[in-house]
Design a protein around this ligand. Structure first.
Ligand code: 5GP
Ligand code: MG
Ligand code: MG
Length: 183
């Protein structure tokens, strides 16, 4: 097996690039309707959400601003603690802005719960969440996400921005990682 071979590390493909593209287009039409007549600022957390951000932003046929934050979680990397430190903050002031958080995945929901509180304290005019993926069986806190792409089973997935040890972010679809990778 070649060291650069990706496909043998992937089990079930949960979502193809085509499915993701089609769903993001549907969500973009809803966002256009919901934010008609209002400004819109998309905010994403690096690095997992970069693909969703890039594709969703380009799907929107209206003015939009984008900004990024980098955070680091305390504690074990496989399970979210929800305790987060800001490594790079947003460049823009959120006060009076209509902010839409663009996320890759809602797993326990702890990270997003923290992020939502943090951004809410900056007095945006509105604050909503758009997540490509959600694992309903893993939720620990109630996250009222206005836009959700797909509900998926409680398996560890990679691709479309999501990593395992910083790899697989460049996979075009979303797939379950083969067990031999982490055993
Ligand atoms: P949460 O705080 O909702 O548990 O998840 C925090 C972060 O953990 C997500 O934004 C994502 O970066 C990562 N994460 C959660 N579930 C998965 C998964 O199935 N695969 C990958 N690659 N990352 C995940
Ligand atoms: Mg994320
Ligand atoms: Mg990760």
């Amino acid at each position: 097996m070649l060291p650069e071979d990706i496909s043998s590390d992937l089990d079930t493909v949960l979502l193809t690039e085509e499915q993701i593209t089609a769903r993001l287009a549907e969500i973009a039409r809803k966002i256009e309707a919901d934010y008609e007549g209002r400004d819109l600022l998309l905010v994403a957390v690096l690095k997992g959400a970069v693909m969703v951000m890039a594709d969703l932003a380009r799907e929107l046929e209206r003015h939009v601003e984008i900004d990024f934050m980098a955070v680091s979680s305390y504690g074990k990397s496989t399970h979210s603690s929800g305790v987060v430190r800001i490594v790079k903050d947003l460049d823009v002031d959120l006060s009076g802005r209509n902010v839409l958080i663009v996320e890759d995945i809602i797993d326990s929901g702890l990270t997003l719960d923290w992020l939502r509180r943090n951004l809410q304290s900056r007095n945006p005019a509105s604050l909503e969440v758009c997540a490509l993926l959600r694992k309903p069986d893993a939720l620990k806190v109630d996250i009222d996400a206005k836009y959700v792409g797909f509900d998926i089973p409680n398996d560890f997935v990679v691709g479309y921005g999501l990593d395992y040890a910083e790899r697989y972010r460049n996979v075009r679809g979303v797939a379950v990682l083969a067990p031999h990778v982490y055993s």
